[in-house]
Each structure stands twice: as C-alpha cells, then as structure tokens.
Design a protein. Structure first.
Length: 254
C-alpha cells in the first residue's frame, strides 16, 4: 500500500523519522523557503540532490542565484558539503504558453474572480511534483522535499496539505515506488521559517538566506533590505518582510 503521510513535523522529529530513507530530491528555486528546506534535508539525509524549473517566470533571478546559494551552503557548512549532490534544471515552457498569470506575463498583480491572486499558475506544483517523482525514480531517491505552505500563503490550492497527500498517493501508485513528499514548512508562518533556519544553521544560515536568496515576484534585486532583496511591495516580499519583523521581535523578547 502507498504511504500517504506527508511530513511536516519539527526538525528533531523529522531527523528521527528519516528511517530507511537515505536520499532526497529538493525542489529548489533559490528562494527563502526552498533554501531552508535544502538546509534541513542536508542535515537529515546522506545524499541530497536539487531540482529547479525554468518555466518562463518573471522572477527568473531566482534561477540565477541558485548556483551561488548551493555553493555558499557547501562552503559555510562543511559537514553538509559531502551530502550535496547534483543539481538538475528542467524546462517547463508550457506554463508560459498557457499564460494567464502575472508570474509569467507582464501584467499587474490583481485578485481574480475565483478569489485567488493572479500570481497563481494553475497546475504548476502538480507538474513540478510529477516531474520530481520521475527524476527521483531515475536517481534512486525516495524523498521529495518541497517548501509549500498553507499557513503564510496566497491561497494556492496546489500548496495545501490535502493536495500533497493526494499527489504522494498518485506518485506511489503511478510509479510503483514508496516515495515520500516532505513538506517541512506546511504549518509554519514566515517568522517560524526564519526560526527554523536559525535552528538549523545559526546566524550564518540566516545571513546566507537574507543576502543570497531571492523570492520577489518582480525579480527586483537592486536593494538589500533588512529582510533580503526584493521590490518590497509584491505579495512575496510582504510575507518575507513581515515574517522577518515578527521573528526579530520574538528574538528581542527572549
């Protein structure tokens, strides 16, 4: 029977629950969330590979910083370096061809009639995970790690826990493999995501994420804010900035 339990527990619980799983494939965009997930995977698994997708996104600067973030993780955390394996990038131009999203077209951010922001790219995460499953199959990896979250998010249906459970079941059945989808950020807000980075790698990891990663939907990278690079006004920047402020406030209160 396929395992349908996605993992989103605390770091200690996840390490204890790694079990027989030795290798993981991390969906790695070069942003805050996926870098935090990559760091956690490096702390947990013996072999970790990364996967990025070029789908014609306007914020393609994420793709440009990916290599540097990987290099910095290996350089600053030598215990993790031997575990960091190959990086893979797949092209998904079909998402840009379908269009209709402000992430793939030069249109202003707005809310749609269905209540979702037009930053929603229909089917994106479903395609990402399907291709990740195929690559994991070929690479002999049994865990797929993704930074989806339904705590601080824009309501995307393909980021929800129920979707991840269903996708895991589909991959297990369709590939006849016991693959596990890990979602370590599913129940964390952005402040807790900053805290997870602190727990995993201390101030060095927090600073790496702050200065090296990129999450802005506009792809703006001309000014370093206290929380990182970005335009400061798109939904991704607002979430990252508010999470930083809340996390710093919690640190000051201790």
């Amino acid at each position: 029977m396929a395992n349908t339990s996605t993992s989103s527990a605390s770091p200690a619980a996840q390490v204890a629950g790694a079990g027989h799983h030795k290798g993981a494939l991390v969906l790695f965009s070069g942003g805050q969330d996926s870098t935090t997930c990559l760091a956690q995977a490096l702390a947990m698994f013996e072999r970790v590979e990364t996967l990025g997708f070029d789908y014609g996104q306007r914020h393609s600067v994420e793709m440009q910083v990916r290599a540097g973030v990987r290099e910095q993780l290996a350089e600053r955390f030598p215990l993790w370096a031997p575990r960091l394996g190959e990086d893979h990038v797949l092209s998904l131009d079909v998402l840009k061809q379908i269009g209709g999203s402000s992430l793939t077209e030069d249109v202003a951010f707005a809310m749609q009639a269905d209540g979702l922001p037009n930053t929603f790219v229909p089917g994106r995460n479903l395609l990402f995970l399907t291709l990740a499953g195929a690559l994991a199959y070929r690479r002999g990896l049994t865990v797929i790690v993704t930074g989806v979250c339904e705590t601080d998010y824009s309501g995307y249906p393909d980021c929800r826990d129920d979707t991840m459970k269903a996708q895991q079941l589909a991959l297990n059945l369709g590939l006849e493999r016991r693959l596990r989808i890990d979602t370590p950020l599913m129940w964390l807000d952005k402040a807790l995501t900053w805290q997870l980075a602190q727990d995993l790698g201390g101030s060095d990891l927090v600073e790496l994420i702050r200065t090296e990663t990129h999450t802005c939907y506009q792809g703006t990278r001309d000014a370093l804010h206290e929380w990182g690079y970005g335009c400061g006004s798109c939904p991704a920047c607002e979430l990252r900035a508010s999470g930083w402020r809340n996390w710093r406030a919690s640190q000051s209160a201790v």
